[in-house]
Structures are given as structure tokens and as C-alpha cells.
Unconditional design. Sequence first.
Lengths: 338, 338
Amino acid sequence: MTPDFETLSDFAEILTALPSANPAAKADAEDRNGQLTKPPGALGRLEDLAIWYASWVGSGRPEIKSPQVVIFAGNHGVAAAGVSAFPPEVTEQMVFNFQAGGAAINQLSKAFDAKLDVHALDLDRPTADFSKGPAMSETECVAALKAGWNAVDLKADLFVTGEMGIGNTTPAAAIAAALFGGGADAWVGRGTGVDDAGLARKAAVVEAGLAQNADAMGSPLDVLRCLGGRELAAMAGAITRARVESIPVLLDGFICTAAASVLHATAENALDHTQAAHLSAEGAHSNLLDKLGKSPILSMGLRLGEGSGAALAIGVLKGAIACHSGMATFAEAGVSDA
Amino acid sequence: MTPDFETLSDFAEILTALPSANPAAKADAEDRNGQLTKPPGALGRLEDLAIWYASWVGSGRPEIKSPQVVIFAGNHGVAAAGVSAFPPEVTEQMVFNFQAGGAAINQLSKAFDAKLDVHALDLDRPTADFSKGPAMSETECVAALKAGWNAVDLKADLFVTGEMGIGNTTPAAAIAAALFGGGADAWVGRGTGVDDAGLARKAAVVEAGLAQNADAMGSPLDVLRCLGGRELAAMAGAITRARVESIPVLLDGFICTAAASVLHATAENALDHTQAAHLSAEGAHSNLLDKLGKSPILSMGLRLGEGSGAALAIGVLKGAIACHSGMATFAEAGVSDA
């Protein structure tokens, strides 16, 4: 039975009892990989990706037919503190752009045959300014987790989640600082392009948020509630649901990874069904991936969000699976082994 | 009129009079890029790739509809010296595998809707062992350049070339050593997986080749003739033809890049229509790309050849062009600019 949750404590419990990868499918995929017409290891990380994917979807010779991309949008009280180069109304304007098919993520989803869904989360009701107290009540945070949880298409065979929310590199940096320490300066960056003064404001807001929400520091899910935002909580909910359904996930950039970090901090194995799709240009992303033990598939200097980096990596993963499942073996092709 | 050549000197002349990118298309693409609904620069290298591609195909808002992948296969006298982990008959066996659709490049070409052509170049007549003298006569080298030149589909809007040839990391290393110095040890690597003894044999063969063909060192095309092989010359011919036709090219790994280096050494601008698709696991590839001033799009630890890394990058380039040509502008979408 699919688990359910009404509180953050219920949600934490789900994270303590997550399903594992399928060892038989993994063994089948490794066996097949060793017989394909190529020198051992010659497809490099494509081989690792194929075996990882096979182990989660439970087939030694899988296909990718139905990738799903879901964008969650949210607004943030901290945006009023001048932490972004763009005004807050752009969150909703970009939601309209997603719905009209005009954004980068629309083009990338189409290019790699992924279904794209967009969920705007109470945009007229920004979260509270976390530098003055908790961003969300438990009820609000659970509702956002559920929005993510329910957004996953159970027929998807690959899941990507992205976000839109003016100002949301600031809550992402605050979450990273709360979970991993090092102070605000280690985690804030230029986001969509703030100047030096904007960067200083971001650091000050994050420091204030850490101080104001000191009580939350003992629990990663409380960190998400007090320093996060609806789209971050929704991504965490969706990534968890994908795991419960054994759907592999490609993590997008800094904000998506910060949301995922909350899961990792709650249960160390919680991200085993995920790969880091890309290394963002947001400076702290590299450090955040290191904390999670993840190595990015792509490094293209993206810093757009929307799930764009992860959607781009769908193409690479499709290439990996096409090789793994489509190539002939040495025996089938009559090719001499080394 | 398309140029023609009957000698290496004719071919060198073509390289001195190559067409440039289209400056109007480049300006159009840059202008469009600045208006798209994203923060400036937020698509990172995808933006650079889109502008580069636009400038070569001559349209500020291009599409990629007809990529072509061409594999050239050749056999090498030096293979008898034990420089590969695989026996020479595998070259022809793999050609059959390409023709039957069973190799990695077949799957990747299909995944990214590229046409795949395979040209086996006199497999029953390996080039001479270059450690004892020139690998090819001028007639043989010109014939191989022409095989490449004539293999380019003039209706292609993106070109990828790859190779199959047991032992061919050795001629590639010899070419690199001849063009850029540093000695054999700086350029030989494990290829498809030779052991330490095999690696030492490769270095010795390359050193002998450099000494035996000292007369060739003054001319990059003579280096190609004396130290290269048919599939390397064919790739050089094809990359040049693509340039003459203003077709953008994605360079594959170490061997393809070594072939391309001959063009660069002859005319410094000869590779402006190319991008380095990936960084190979073959250790010297990074150094070779540095010599050409190229930064790889992907770094996946591939070391297979066949054009596999470049074919994988077709997906990334398609994503870049989909964003560039498909996204709405700020004005179209009614989104507030920064």
C-alpha cells in the first residue's frame, strides 16, 4: 500500500522505510553490460547510468518511454528583501510562459519526449519572510509536500522536477547552511544575477533566518518548513514519491538539490534513486553535491532552474539506455573478445 | 564551385581558403538570445553552442533536422606490433556489427535521429607499419582524404565522424607527438585497454615512427600520410568538406581529434566550424584539446570511438537549438525583464 502522511513526523517515517533497488535487475544489467560489443568500461559513465537505471526500474534491459518533468512554482516572503535581480511578479508570468509553451523547459521537454506538468502553489500567498520567523506552518509545509507527492505520474519511467520562484536561491542557501554549516557566505550566490549589494543582502537574510529559526536546526524537515518554500517542499515530496514508486530521478540544479538534501539529511539512502543531472553555475552547487556524494552528469554552466539541466540530461540517459538495451553482444555479432 | 584535389599540396591549398561563419546570422542569433525569457547567460554553454551553430548554418533561428554520422574503418600495419588489446580482425567484425545495427553508434544515431553511414577503407590492405617507414603513399593518402570528402551528405545540417581501426590510438598518438612534440610518452595511452607492456610497446613504436619519418615533420599533411591511417585521413577529408559546405561538426574523441589536429596545424582557423563533443578517457585527449583551444561539451569517461561521444553530444546540441529557436521572447511572453 502506498504510504500516506498528515504531519512532518509521518513524512519522516516514510523516509525511514524506503524501497531499495532491485538486486536481480542490477545483476542482469551488469551481466549484459559485460557482453556488449565494446571494450570493458569503454562507455564510461553511460554504463554506470544504465545499470543504475535498470536496478531502479527492475529490468536488466530497460527502455525509457515516459519521462515526466514537473515544475513547481512558489513565492517567497524574502523576495521583498531584494535578494533577486527580478521582481516577484515574474514567478507568475513565467508560469504563464510554461503554460503557453515558451520557456526553455518546454523546448527541452519536447526535444526529449518528456511530458511537462506545471503546478503553481498559492502564488498569491508568499511564504513568510524566514528572516523574521518560520517560512511555513506545519500545515502549509505538509500541503506543499503533498502537492509534490501527488504530482508524480505513476506511469512515468523517469522523473525530473524543477522550480520557478523569484528569490528562491536564498531559501536554498539557507537550507544548505542549516544542514551542512559553514555560514551564509559559503552558500549564497548570484542566482539569476544579483550585484554585490544584492549578494550581501542575501547573506544577511540567510544569517538572520538561521538565528530566528534556531529551534528548527535539529530536524531537517523543520529546516525545510522554516527556511524553505512551497516549491522546495513540493520537490522533496515528489522525489520521495518517485522513490516509493521506484521511479529513477534526475536532480536539477542548486535549488532542487537543496530540497533533495533535506531528504538525505533525514535518511542517508533517500537519494539512491537519483543522479545529479548537472553542475549549476551557482557557485555553491558543487559543494552541495559533494555533501551528497553525487557527481554531476553534465557541466554546462546552466543557472536557469525550471528543471532545465535535468531535462537536458534526459537525452544523455536515453543514450545510455539505448546503448545498453540495443547493442549486440559479442556472441550475437560474432566479434572476437579481447 | 566546390574545390577538388589530386595531391596533398592541392588539399593544403583548400585549407588556406576556407569559408568563414556568417556574421549576419551570428548577429541575428546573438540578438535573439538576448531577448529570450531567461536571465542573461542562464543557459550557459547552450547559448554559445546555439550562436555558434547559427553562425555556421547561416540562420539566426536554425533547426537541426538532418544530422549525419559517418564511420570510417581502416587497418594498420602497426597493429602487428601488439599495440592493441584486440586482434586486427575485429575491425572488419565491427564493420559488420555497424551494418547489422548492433554497435553503440547505431543506438546513439537512432536515439538522436541521425543518419549513419559506414565506409570500410581497404581493410584487406593495412597501411604499412609506420615504425619502418611511411604508413601511406601520397596516392593512398589522397584516396583516403577523398573517401572522407565524398562521404559528407551535402544535405546534412550537422556532421559527426568517427572511426574503427584496431590499433589506431597508436597512429593518433604518433600524429599528436609529431605535431605538438613532447615525445611518445606524452601521447600514448591505454586505448581499448592494453596492459603496461602493451603501453611500452606503443611508446616504442611511436618513437620509432617519429625517427623513421623525420622528413615528414615539416608538413602536417605529410605527418598524416606517414604516421596516420586511412580512417584518420578520411576523417580529416570529411571535416574539411563539411567546412567547405558550412556544415557544423562535432569532433569525437582522441583519434578523431588527432585527425582534426592535422587540419589545425595546416591552417589555424580550419576547425572553427567544429566543437569538441566530449573528453575521452584516453589520457592525452585533454592535452590535445588544449592544443586546439577546444573545451569539451561532455565528459563521460568514454573511450570507444565509433563517433559515440560526438553522437551523444548531438542530443545536447539539439537541446541548445530547441531552446534558442523555440523559446518566447520577454515581449512575446509578457514577462518583466530584470
